[in-house]
Structure formats: C-alpha cells, structure tokens
Ligand binder design. Sequence first.
Ligand SMILES: [Fe+2]
Ligand SMILES: [Fe+2]
Length: 310
Amino acid sequence: MTVKSGLTIAHLSDPHLTSLHHVTWRELLNKRVLGYLSWRVKRRRSHSREVLSRTLADLAGRQPDHLVISGDFTHLGTAIECREAEAWLNSVGAPDYISIVPGNHDRYIDTDIAETIGRWRAWMQNDPGQRDKGTDFPYLRVRGPVAIIGLSTAVPTPPFFASGRLGGEQLRRLDRLLETAAQRGLYRIVTLHHSPHSMGFRRGLSDADQLLSTLAGPGAELIIHGHGHRQMHAMLQAGERRIPVFGVPSASASYDDPAKSPGYNVYEVTRAQEGWRTRVRSFILDEETQQFEQVLDKVIMPLSATTGCL
Ligand SMILES: [Fe+2]
Ligand SMILES: [Fe+2]
C-alpha cells in the first residue's frame, strides 16, 4: 500500500538552445572551431527552439513538482551562449523549481566559469541554509521525500573528445551525501550529464568505474542523465546493488532518426510500505501526429528505503 507523500519530477536534457550567429573568430581560435563547423554543417538544423517550446508545453501539462535538466544547454559554451541559456532558464522557471547540471558542450574549452556556466549557479546549488563546502558539485536539494543530487561531468577535453569526468573529490563528497540522505530516509536521485554506463573513451565518463565503486557503498534509488540524445534505460550493477538508470533524448531534436526523436521523462516517486515505488513514463514527439506519445510506462518497486536494492 502506498501512502500519500511523494514527488513528480520531469526530466529533459540536451536542449542545445543557443545560436552561434554572434560568435567571433577570436572565440574560435581553439577546439571550438571544430564545434562551430559541425554546427554550421549539421547541428543548427538538428535542434529547434520551436520543438523545445513544444516539449516544455507538453511537459508542463503533466504538472510536475520539479524539473531536472541534465546539461548541454549550449553548443560551444561561449559567454554569449551562457547568457542566452540563463535568459531561457529564467523564462522556464524559478531556481527553486528547476535543478540543472552542465554538459560537455557547456565546458567546451577552459573558460572563465563566472562568465559562462557560473551564470546558472542559482539552478545548480545547495538549498539555502545548507553548508557550502566551497565547491559547486555535488549539490543537494531536498524536495518532499526526494534528495536531488547534482554532479558535474563537464570538463574541457581535447579536440574530437566529448568525454566527461567527475574527479576524486566530487566522488568522495558524493559518497558522504548519499550516506547522509539515506540516513534521513530520502529517495536519492543522482543527476549527471554523461551516462554512468560505458560509452567509449571519446564520449563516455572516464571515471565511470570509480562512480560504480562509490555507488556500491551507500547506493542510490535512481540515476538520470542526458548526452546520448536518445532514450535509454538499464540497470546499473554497482557491487551488490542494482540501480535503475534512465537517459532522455534531446528536448529540441529534429532528427530524421526516430530513435532520436525529442522527448522527456516523468518520474513519480511515492513512499511504499516496503520502500519506494517509482513510476517512469517517457514521452516522445511523434513525427506524423506531431503529438507527444507515451512510449514507456514502467513501475519499479519495491526499492528498499535504506539499501536502494531491487
Ligand atoms: Fe548533447
Ligand atoms: Fe553531451
């Protein structure tokens, strides 16, 4: 039997919402020139602000309590793009309602954080009153019975690489946060841009094995991510623990490939007698009907409130 307390979270990713029409050649004198050429040739037609608006409108109709956006707001992470993304975030909702993490495109090269992704800090920081340990990630936000833990995998990489990395310090802090949240009886959602599953050394999370080792200790109830630009769901085996992992497509995609149709997920978390009940629904924009169709409706339970194991 389920009791009433719960939370509904919507999840979208990879909006790539910015334009590069204003980029200067000075800004392109590095790895960015490759990303710019890719945008000119293909990516500017692969993402649409109109599609993104439709995704948001459909999602709003589900009346989620909270929205998580798992990175890649920009194409090259320039200061102008980050300001454009900041304005867009302001138009979507208050920092209290939205939690975000950056993606690899948002840290394309090593830039001044304050002038770039630092502008989004209000949407990716600890709840007010929580001790700030001097670094941004992981952050912890508590909404109802849910702890939203945001990680950054966004690090500058060499040309032709789209990989991510968490780093030892972030993993150590994640371990402690997961443990503390479990002691408080919270449902723990870990959010990051890159999949915790292997995606190869050029596109994957370089310290995925260390993340697995960390999760094997305190566990987590759910992991959500972007980056793949397609729907993904699987169980992650972290030591003795099995943790559900969901990835969403780009919310602004206008690809010909139906596997990369734009969409989003909704997670309904409720406390159950035996632990937690998680209902996961996926919605994809159908090219023919031009309506968002539900393509997945999956209930995961029981997840133990203390172990995170299935
Ligand atoms: Fe992306
Ligand atoms: Fe990405």
